[in-house]
Write a protein that binds this ligand. Structure first.
Ligand SMILES: Nc1ncnc2c1ncn2[C@@H]1O[C@H](COP(=O)(O)OP(=O)(O)OP(=O)(O)O)[C@@H](O)[C@H]1O
Length: 317
């Protein structure tokens, strides 16, 4: 099984430190979401792993070897960095056939990836006539061409329509189930939470978090309960009396902080208050992410107020 290992990785562009003593491992068999504000260093890190740029110091290896030392790199690692990179005058099929031929792969594999990415019917069209979503699919087809163990995708959902977004989600999960190492950067938090098992979060080139999605949400977010009753005033009085922090919304629902549905449900039952609706509200990835990265966002708008304001320490490298 092949992992990506980044060790003390640093990259300076003149006076700008894009990546700062970064260390993490991307393991096989799960989808790792790669998050961070604009300019945090995600693309630079991917470029360094793929040998497209040289580190100032430190190492980035795939299965213990730098990318440049891999024999048959297309069969080991598939990547989507820039969907505009393909030559526009070529057809999608010819683009893939040329790549396949120079990497010792057969034409059958080209047809397979065209089908897999939904481009079967448009393989004969010139790439310059493709929409952003179609180019994105072609980029993914290119990444999958060599049936690689390691897959790195930079913003793969970019430009995809809703059907495409569902498709990429299922594809990523399947690739991980097959035991591959899957690293995916994204700015879409809902999307990332739908496919990632593990998260690596960067801020200003540094590692802010490296942990399973579930732990990330539990450690960063606040759990709340939403409860609705036919006796709202009685419930309100009870919550106040018991010292809960609760707020009533317009539709007669109460939101109670730092408590579980079990606890509140049992209390309401004891008091004979009928409960019509009772839900645990888990923190969203967006809330947890904004809380973590609030201090490291280079281009935040002045009006931005993170949904949660817990501190940014803890996982900091
Ligand atoms: N070729 C380059 N020359 C100079 N500076 C660069 C170069 N590439 C990246 N940078 C700088 O390095 C930092 C990290 O950029 P990078 O593109 O890796 O961030 P990112 O996390 O991928 O951002 P985004 O989410 O906006 O794509 C930024 O400050 C960027 O301006």
């Amino acid at each position: 099984m092949t992992s990506i290992d980044v060790h003390e990785l640093t990259k300076d562009y003149g006076a700008t430190r894009a990546v700062d003593r970064l260390a993490f491992q991307v393991r096989p068999g799960r989808v790792t979401g790669f998050l961070g504000p604009n300019g945090a260093g995600k693309s630079t890190t991917m470029r360094l792993v793929l040998g497209l740029d040289r580190p100032t110091s430190g190492t980035a290896t795939i299965g213990g070897q730098p990318y440049a030392a891999l024999t048959d790199p297309l069969r080991r690692v598939g990547a989507l960095l820039d969907p505009q990179a393909a030559h526009g005058a070529r057809t999608a099929r010819n683009h893939l056939l040329a790549l396949a031929a120079s990497n010792g792969l057969g034409a059958t594999r080209v047809e397979e990836v065209l089908e897999e990415t939904g481009l079967g019917k448009v393989g004969g069209r010139r790439i310059k006539t493709f929409s952003l979503g179609m180019r994105q699919r072609l980029g993914i087809a290119t990444a999958l061409l060599g049936d690689p163990e390691v897959i790195m995708l930079d913003e793969p959902s970019n430009g995809l329509d809703p059907e495409g977004i569902v498709w990429i989600r299922e594809l990523l999960k399947r690739l991980a189930r097959e035991g591959r190492t899957v690293l995916v950067s994204s700015h879409l938090m809902n999307e990332t939470s739908s496919f990632a098992d593990h998260l690596i979060v960067l801020g200003r080139g540094r590692l802010l978090a490296d942990l399973p999605m579930r732990e990330f949400l539990d450690s960063r977010g606040r759990t709340r309960v939403r409860i609705r009753t036919t006796e709202s005033a009685r419930l309100g009085a009870l919550l106040r009396r018991e010292g809960y922090r609760a707020a009533q919304s317009e539709d007669a629902r109460w939101t109670v902080d730092e408590v579980t549905a079990e606890e509140i449900g049992a209390m309401a039952a004891r008091e004979g208050i009928p409960v019509v609706e009772l839900t645990d509200e888990r923190p969203t990835l967006e809330q947890a992410y904004l809380a973590l990265t609030a201090d490291t966002t280079e281009f935040a708008s002045a009006a931005r107020t993170p949904a949660l304001s817990s501190s940014t320490n803890g996982q900091e490298a």
